[in-house]
Design a protein around this ligand. Structure first.
Ligand SMILES: Nc1ncnc2c1ncn2[C@@H]1O[C@H](COP(=O)(O)OP(=O)(O)O)[C@@H](O)[C@H]1O
Ligand SMILES: [Mg+2]
Length: 267
């Protein structure tokens, strides 16, 4: 299968004795946009780090484009250029003295000529509306601006595969809409996405396919996002929506929150 990017078979990951992933079987195909949905602590970030070759499983196998994803493979610059990781917390990612240097870092690592680095950095900063903060230290920016710089610095390398960890967390509504539009544009370029989130609307809006991790750190569902979002029992059991009880006069009603939050179940 030429289009296979990742194949995970029986993958387990433990932090010491703390389990984070169990019996993970997963394939990701070129051009797919996959969301990994799960409650806090279900293992989403760990899974992305395994896909990024930052962590190696305690058991099971991971292959990347048909080759075992070993430490040697993950450390190759060709792997690093193909796979971009956008961390949940941009502060983990931003280390350069200025926004310009941050965005230029990846293209410099690719060994591009100085002029090309400048052109590419300028283009990406224009695209992200970051030119006016070019000389600012990244740590002085707002949360939304930091996230934009973190994404811009990854996209400046033009990776084919993007791993995004909770990309909408901490963003105001306008920046969330901007991000969703950006993802839609990137999808037209046939990139492959794996997006870890507990944001059901993000998963539903951008990802055609969703896998659900539950508190046992296993994949409990893998299918079309639209079908997964319609499965209230599954979302309740994976702790992605909750039932909420309240009183109207003498009657106690309960309804779920999340995509089913319309109060029509008891009207
Ligand atoms: N560095 C770590 N050391 C020990 N346990 C960790 C560490 N990172 C994550 N864990 C644990 O592994 C499990 C999965 O965590 P994580 O992958 O961060 O989940 P998620 O991203 O879905 O919130 C959780 O129980 C978490 O507490
Ligand atoms: Mg996480």
């Amino acid at each position: 299968m030429n289009d296979e990017i990742y194949r995970l078979e029986g993958v387990e990951y433990h932090y010491g004795k703390v389990p984070a992933l169990k019996a993970i079987d997963l394939t990701v195909t070129k051009g797919e946009c996959l969301s990994v949905l799960g409650t806090n602590g279900s293992g989403k970030s760990t899974l992305l780090k395994v896909l990024d070759g930052l962590y190696f499983p305690s058991a099971g196998r991971v292959s990347f484009c048909g080759e075992p994803l070993t430490e040697e493979c993950a450390s190759r610059s060709s792997f690093r250029a193909r796979v971009g990781f956008i961390f949940e917390d941009p502060d983990v990612q931003l280390f350069s003295p200025t926004v310009h240097d941050e965005v230029a870092f990846g293209p410099l690592q690719l060994g591009l000529a100085a002029e090309e680095v400048l052109t590419r950095t300028g283009e990406v900063m224009d695209m992200f509306g970051l030119s006016h903060v070019s000389d600012r230290p990244p740590h002085t920016l707002s949360a939304g601006e930091k996230k934009k710089v973190a994404i811009a610095s990854v996209l400046a390398v033009n990776p084919e595969i993007l791993l995004l960890d909770e990309p909408t967390n901490g963003l105001d509504p306008r920046t969330q809409v901007w991000l969703i539009k950006l993802l839609e544009e990137l999808k037209r370029l046939e990139k492959t996405f794996v997006i870890a989130t507990h944001d059901l609307s993000l998963a539903e809006d951008v990802a055609e396919r969703t896998v659900v991790l539950d508190e046992s750190h296993r994949i409990v569902a893998d299918g079309k996002s639209i079908e997964i979002m319609g499965n209230k029992e599954l979302l309740l059991s994976a702790n992605l929506i909750h039932e909420h009880a309240h009183r109207h006069g003498e009657t106690v009603h309960s309804h779920s929150h999340g995509p089913f939050s319309v109060h029509d179940e008891h009207e």
